[in-house]
Design a protein around this ligand. Structure first.
Ligand code: NAD
Ligand code: TYD
Length: 361
């Protein structure tokens, strides 16, 4: 029987950690943090480098002795099983996913394959490898607050809010969360889950609101605000999410869920106006010039009105809190994109243009 109170995973210098999706936005920050902090661990970054995976995100650590990149697809059952047998992973930190709501609306089956079947393959391989002894083993599943559905004007998502997903993306993440929990109950697999709010920061693919709008402002292109812009999200700087993941991996309790959020709600339109104001200053453009690019466009189908996290559990139990204000984090993020135009150019050529035309025609 899976014990609830045991600590997720104590520091053990022999740990082989499999991190999936480490070439993506959040994963790259988690990989860098773990590689820099735990020299004795061996960190295996497994990623099949979809449009969202980019090894340029990890150039600075690719030669580190405690780091190893594996190009593989989590939907490939045999390949995943063989890799578990070969490398004898002790812990799994699972981030690999299809992550963009708009893409899930045009490709729900692709999202189900990666997010549900992919997670199941990792669960099966973990169960098989660890079957004889679960000591020191952990399956840490990274999820989203979007599984809870939408809030009205009041209230916050807590760890006990019932799941009520509205998009194919959030439905597929909810499905994967349920399977993780089911493996804990049925097979005793030690797991922990965290559900985080919207992240922003360096390395985010410019399909999500903040990097898309930064890129469009740089290029003087319209800023496509969905609907009336009165949708609310709770924004967290990506490095603060990475620190929360490190904390939960080492100090969290098995079988628990932790909500992670920024205590930082913004209506889209207010966020976009703040972004425009910061960009005008940084680009030395006339005050108000970026705001003129705001264009209201057709709404996203099934658009969730409001997300907001009650992060008091991780705050009180593990002592975590965000380290930067939104104004600071946003300013750092803009500086990163302005200073990394090569990165931005690489990811916005070719198929990105096709995606953009189709999405915002
Ligand atoms: P991302 O889209 O930037 O990166 C996903 C990574 O997964 C990419 O490197 C991609 O190549 C890899 N991947 C996709 N399919 C794969 C497959 N079949 N096999 C192997 N690798 C594959 O995503 P992100 O924003 O960094 O999100 C990471 C995780 O965090 C996801 O599970 C997401 O649901 C969750 N999350 C994201 C946010 C957010 O605001 N971005 C918030 C909460 C939770
Ligand atoms: P997004 O970054 O896609 O994250 P999520 O949908 O997972 O919360 O979108 C954040 C908010 O911004 C969401 O309310 C949709 C809105 N949005 C726009 O108004 N225009 C856009 O072009 C995009 C990508 C998002």
């Amino acid at each position: 029987m899976l014990k609830k109170e045991s600590i997720a995973s104590k520091y053990n210098p022999m740990n082989n950690i499999l991190l999936t999706g480490g070439a993506g936005f959040i994963g790259s920050h988690v990989v860098r943090l773990l590689v820099a902090k735990y020299h004795d661990y061996k960190i295996f970054n497994l990623d099949n480098l979809t449009y969202a995976g980019n090894l340029e995100n990890l150039r600075d650590i690719e030669d580190k002795e405690n780091y190893c990149f594996i190009k593989a697809d989590i939907t490939n059952t045999a390949e995943i099983d063989a890799l578990f047998q070969k490398h004898q992973f002790d812990q799994v930190v699972h981030l690999a996913a299809e992550s963009h709501v708009d893409r899930s609306i045009t490709d729900p089956i692709g999202f189900a394959k990666t997010n549900i079947i992919g997670t199941l393959n990792l669960l099966e391989a973990s169960k098989k490898l660890w079957a004889s002894n679960y000591d020191g083993k952990l399956f840490y599943h990274i999820s989203t607050d979007e599984v809870y559905g939408t809030l009205g004007k009041e209230g916050l998502f807590t760890e006990t809010t019932p799941y009520d997903p509205n998009s194919p993306y959030s439905a597929s993440k909810a499905g994967s969360d349920h399977f993780v929990r089911a493996y804990g109950e049925t097979y005793g697999l030690p797991f922990v889950i965290s559900n985080c709010s919207n992240n922003y920061g360096p390395n985010q693919f410019p399909e999500k609101l903040i990097p898309l709008f930064i890129n469009n402002i740089i290029e003087n292109k319209p800023l496509p605000v969905y609907g009336d812009g009165n949708y609310t999200r709770d924004w967290l700087y990506v490095l603060d999410h990475a620190k929360a993941i490190d904390l939960i991996l080492h100090k969290g309790k098995v079988k628990e869920t932790y909500n992670i959020g920024g205590f930082n709600e913004w209506k889209n339109i207010d966020l976009v106006k703040l972004l425009c104001a910061q960009m005008d200053v940084k680009l030395e453009r006339a005050k108000g010039s970026s705001e003129k690019l705001i264009t209201y466009v057709k709404d996203r189908p099934g658009h969730d009105l409001r997300y907001a996290i009650d992060a008091s559990k991780i705050n009180t139990e593990l002592g975590w809190e965000p380290s930067v204000t939104f104004e600071q984090g946003l300013s750092r993020t803009i500086d990163w994109y302005l200073g990394n135009s090569e990165w931005l150019n690489h990811v916005t050529t070719g198929t990105y243009q096709e995606y953009y035309e189709k999405q915002y025609q």
